[in-house]
Design a protein around this ligand. Structure first.
Ligand code: ADP
Ligand code: MG
Ligand code: MG
Length: 255
């Protein structure tokens, strides 16, 4: 059982730290849980996930992030990844000439501690068992990463990467721009296959409809750098029906 605790976190741009983008977010995710963060564009959702992963463009100006009780803020992004925090949907969009199989092997090797080696037999055994689980055709792995990929194929590659790395926590930041229904289903099926007692998921999405396919345990609404409302899957349905304006009105009435 692992626990990821985001405590009263403030995040600003590394090169202009006067105005925070994330304004005091507190959130605890345990193994086995799927948390969704929703919210209008520009409210700091992506910034939150990148800051937790250690993205160099962002500075943590307050609060803490703890993995199993230990602060990760002094850790480099690759150390955080080795510690089990995986930021999905963020790797280079195209890696011409490098097959998925070789790309994933390098990614996996980079996660191992120094001196630890992953021999080819063990690697392919793991790769094929994950592919079978995700129902991915073996031919897929000889394709070059993202070269000529459809949206759905990119997602399939990302999900496979996540499956191979077996992180303790996956931060999945779904882009705001057009995911077609096929790609959406691939993400949903992948997450549903991978979710389980050993994985905690933070799923950031703009789309309520993704949450029709991935039923979250918790839903949080982020607005203006803060989590302003939390609930269960019904909150996502309410947001779909009513949009975000009622949340703004509630906040205005409360202040
Ligand atoms: P969301 O993911 O909720 O749409 P973001 O975290 O991407 O929101 O952005 C929140 C705010 O911070 C936006 O106003 C955005 O323009 C700004 N921002 C985020 N990252 C950067 C960056 N690297 N450079 C400049 N502004 C940024
Ligand atoms: Mg955005
Ligand atoms: Mg975003």
């Amino acid at each position: 059982m692992h626990i990821l605790e985001i405590r009263d976190l403030y995040v600003a741009l590394a090169d202009s730290q006067d105005k925070p983008i994330v304004n005091g977010v507190t959130l605890t995710i345990k193994s086995g849980e799927v948390h969704a963060i929703m919210g209008p564009n520009g409210t700091g959702k992506s910034t939150l996930s990148k800051a937790v992963a250690g993205h160099p463009d962002y500075a943590i100006t307050g609060g803490d992030v703890l993995l199993d009780g230990r602060s990760i803020l002094e850790m480099e992004p690759d150390e955080r990844a080795r510690a089990g925090i995986f930021l999905a949907f963020q790797y280079p969009s195209e890696v011409p000439g490098v097959s998925i199989a070789n790309f994933l092997r390098a990614a996996l090797q980079a996660r191992l501690s120094e001196g630890e080696d992953l021999d080819a037999t063990a690697y392919y055994k793991r790769l094929y068992s994950k592919m079978d689980m995700l129902k991915i055709d073996r031919k897929f792995t000889s394709r070059a990463v993202n070269e000529g990929f459809s949206g759905g194929e990119k997602k399939r590659c990302e999900i496979l990467q996540m499956a191979m790395l077996e992180p303790a926590f996956a931060l999945m930041d779904e882009t705001d721009s057009g995911l077609d229904i096929d790609a959406l289903k691939i993400v949903a099926e992948g997450v549903n296959q991978l979710r389980g007692p050993n994985l905690g998921v933070l799923l950031i999405t703009h789309y309520q409809r993704l949450l029709n396919h991935i039923i979250p345990d918790y839903v949080h609404v982020m607005y203006d750098g803060r989590i302003v409302k939390s609930g269960d899957k019904d909150l996502a349905l309410e947001l779909e029906a009513k949009g975000y304006d009622w949340i703004k009105q509630e906040l205005a009435a409360a202040s």
